[in-house]
Design a protein around this ligand. Structure first.
Ligand SMILES: Cc1ncc(C[n+]2csc(CCOP(=O)(O)OP(=O)(O)O)c2C)c(N)n1
Ligand SMILES: [Mg+2]
Length: 671
């Protein structure tokens, strides 16, 4: 740990000047980017990264590292400079290629592109929210795995954030919950520079931020001079002493400090300073080196590799002792951190599916979802559930659910009415490692959560978003609550797998596949109302994995048309198939619980399910356009392109044409 004296060393100024120079020069070379924030937060970064952050540049994956989140991600050059200077695998060549195609230094920090970047930030407000999830993960895992004398899970989550993050509504959702849960190892630095893109913020942001965070139950250090290392150091020390409250260190800073003519203006926020201003800045900050040249003594002072290796080695030794005393816990810990499912997983899943199939229940798919959790969760202690204040409607609790509180760990988060916050916190839980999150709300309110769903898909992380009350079938709550376009538009998010299962068996399979999917999130969509059980043989049950399959073949094998349906409309399609058969028209019913998975199948499989030349009608209680790619221009869609109404579900299904008569007529019309 540093002493206050360290800050007197002449090199201290050079350390911060190195950040300022790299930010100015890289942005200038790219002719785009954001130099202001890195220049304004250089001292805070220096004190935190050199004197406090426990990390190992040689192994960015070391489990017990502190997490560092740059929530004001537009200042990406700050984290790139820090990673480069402290010795991560981010050579100067990559700094020179800032914002260029396939570089490790993209415009905003992108998870998976750059060693040491813990999450993708850029959409303001989500970084701090991911960080709340990471700090929550640390708390939960510490409660589960630590033993007296063996705090093998023991790290901080540090966050840089700016005015923008604090203006975003999601920061309220996340920081309010973080206060309630008492996430003491979350330490945030507010870059209070009074500037955002449009200029000085007093016309649009005048909150008393310290009071706001005190009201959330945080430990607040107000009025820290963000350019005074001694003040920053004292604030961090104070924050570390408080372990039952998250900390907000409010740092007064000057955006673009070091630029003699542009500091403290919005012109330094997001544009290159220009050669002349950079030339003027160099003597101003006492930096006389050409662009992209760092003297060896500055590199040496920043280099965190030896210290990091030592920290990890000490932790490894502690873990080895832990493994001797608690062998079962150590094996479980290693499995969890590797993101592997338990060895008996596949057998367990198969037996749960077989039991569900044998029961042949006609129940709401949200109830089938709860039964699936009840069946699968006992072998999956990493499953961490929750709902945005709709546990009784979403049916997300199971008999082993244990609510997390300020004082205890557990496996269930009462997120409160915070859909966006919940979803971005879940991303943080997933990114941290060791946990598989699921969280729920009504499908309609996926709209509130949507950008976090997109971020999960972009980051390719495992996450399970559960949405119930999936159509007009929810009935009397009316059009504000009845999704119409949501299922379709969620399917359009690249790398998102959207499941809308039709009965208990498909519901259980969709849960299993979502849990197994390591390279992206899944959305599970369930009904409020009962859905009829469908009979399938073992081979057909296996085909659910393909996302779409022949659920019921045309009576005489001569397929005249194909009905494609999902979820609650499968029952309707099956009844229509019968009615058509009575009129001598033989149709196949294809169940398509996950169009995204179906689209990834081999062309020959897809052809076997939807042979060319056979006309098709899709049936889904949602927008019709989505289905055109499956039915073509000579097919038809039984769907709805208007909002719903407030009425009992059966009245609405009839009114909007989800009847056997209408499906039969639609098939006849296209033949
Ligand atoms: C959700 C979201 N909205 C808008 C933006 C565009 N944007 C990027 S930075 C910024 C202003 C942020 O102000 P502040 O956090 O104070 O950053 P500073 O200028 O102080 O670095 C805006 C509006 C964004 N990145 N994310
Ligand atoms: Mg600002």
């Amino acid at each position: 740990m540093g002493t206050f004296k360290d800050f007197d060393a002449p090199v201290f100024k050079d350390l911060t000047s190195a950040i300022r120079a790299l930010a100015m020069d890289a942005v200038q070379k790219a002719n785009s980017g954001h130099p202001g924030m890195p220049m304004g937060m250089a001292e805070i970064a220096e004190v935190l990264w050199i004197h406090h952050l426990r990390h190992n540049p040689g192994n960015p994956e070391w489990f017990d590292r502190d997490r560092f989140i740059l929530s004001n991600g537009h200042g990406s050059m700050l984290i790139y400079a820090l990673l480069h200077l402290t010795g991560y695998d981010l050579p100067m060549e990559e700094i020179k290629r800032f914002r260029q195609f396939h570089s490790k230094t993209p415009g905003h920090p992108e998870y998976g592109y750059t060693p040491g970047v813990e999450t993708t930030t850029g959409p303001l407000g989500q970084g701090i929210t991911n960080a709340v999830g990471m700090a929550l993960a640390e708390k939960v895992l510490a409660a589960e795995f630590n033993r007296p004398g063996y705090n093998i899970v023991d790290h901080h989550t540090y966050v840089f954030l700016g005015d923008g993050c604090l203006m975003e509504g999601i920061s309220h959702e996340a920081c309010s919950l973080a206060g309630t849960l008492g996430l003491g190892k979350l330490i945030c630095f507010y870059d209070d520079n009074g500037i955002s893109i449009d200029g000085h913020v007093e016309g649009w942001f005048t909150d008393d931020t310290p009071k706001r965070f005190e009201a959330y139950g945080w430990h607040v250090v107000p009025n820290v001079n963000g350019h005074d290392p001694i003040a920053i150091e004292a604030a961090i020390e104070a924050a570390k002493q408080v372990n039952n409250k998250p900390s907000m260190i409010c740092c007064k800073t000057v955006i673009g400090l070091g630029s003699p003519n542009m500091a403290n203006t919005h012109s330094v926020h997001g544009a290159a300073l220009g050669d002349a201003e950079i030339a003027a800045a160099r003597p101003h900050i006492g930096w006389h080196h050409p662009p992209f040249e760092i003297p060896q003594d500055v590199y040496s002072a920043w280099d965190a590799r030896a210290k990091g290796q030592k920290l990890e080695t000490e932790w490894n030794q502690k873990f080895a002792e832990y493994a001797e005393r608690y062998p079962a816990e150590a094996v479980e810990f290693n499995r969890r951190m590797a993101g592997e499912l338990p060895a008996n997983w596949q057998n367990h899943v198969d037996s749960v599916i077989n039991q569900v199939n044998a029961k042949a229940e006609t129940i709401a798919s949200r109830k089938a979802s709860q039964n699936a959790i009840e069946g699968l969760a006992p072998v999956l202690p990493e499953l961490i559930g929750g709902s945005a204040d709709l546990a009784g409607s979403n049916l997300t609790l199971w008999s082993g659910s244990k609510g997390i509180s300020q004082k205890t760990g557990g496996n269930y988060v009462y997120y409160g009415v915070r859909e966006f916050g919940m979803s971005a916190i879940m991303n943080g839980l997933s990114l941290h490692g060791g946990l598989i999150p699921y969280g729920a709300t009504f499908l309609m309110f996926s709209e509130y959560a949507r950008n976090a769903l997109r971020m999960a898909a972009l980051m390719k992380i495992r996450n399970i978003f559960v949405f119930t009350h999936d159509s007009i079938g929810l009935g009397e709550d009316g059009p504000t609550h009845q999704p119409v376009e949501q299922t379709a538009t969620l399917r359009y998010i690249p790398n998102m797998d959207v499941w809308r299962p039709c009965d208990t068996v498909e519901s259980t399979v969709s849960w299993a596949r979502a849990i197994e999917r390591k390279d992206g999130p899944s959305t599970l969509i369930f009904s409020r109302q009962n859905l009829p059980f469908q009979q399938r043989d073992a081979a057909t049950i296996k085909l659910i994995d393909k996302g779409g399959y022949v659920l019921s073949e045309a009576g005489n094998g001569q397929v005249q048309a194909i009905l494609i349906a999902t979820g609650s409309e499968i029952g309707l399609a099956m009844n229509a198939q019968k009615a058509l058969a009575e009129e001598g028209i033989h149709v196949r019913v294809v169940s398509m619980p996950c169009t995204n998975v179906f689209d990834r199948q081999e062309p020959s499989y897809k052809e076997s399910v939807l042979p060319k030349g056979v006309k098709r009608v899709a049936v889904e209680a949602g927008v019709t356009d989505f289905w055109r790619k499956y039915v073509g221009l000579d097919g038809a869609v039984v769907g709805m392109d208007t909002f719903g109404e407030s009425a009992p579900a059966d009245v609405l299904f009839k009114h909007f044409g989800f009847t056997v008569e209408n499906v039969v007529k639609t098939v006849k019309d296209i033949l």
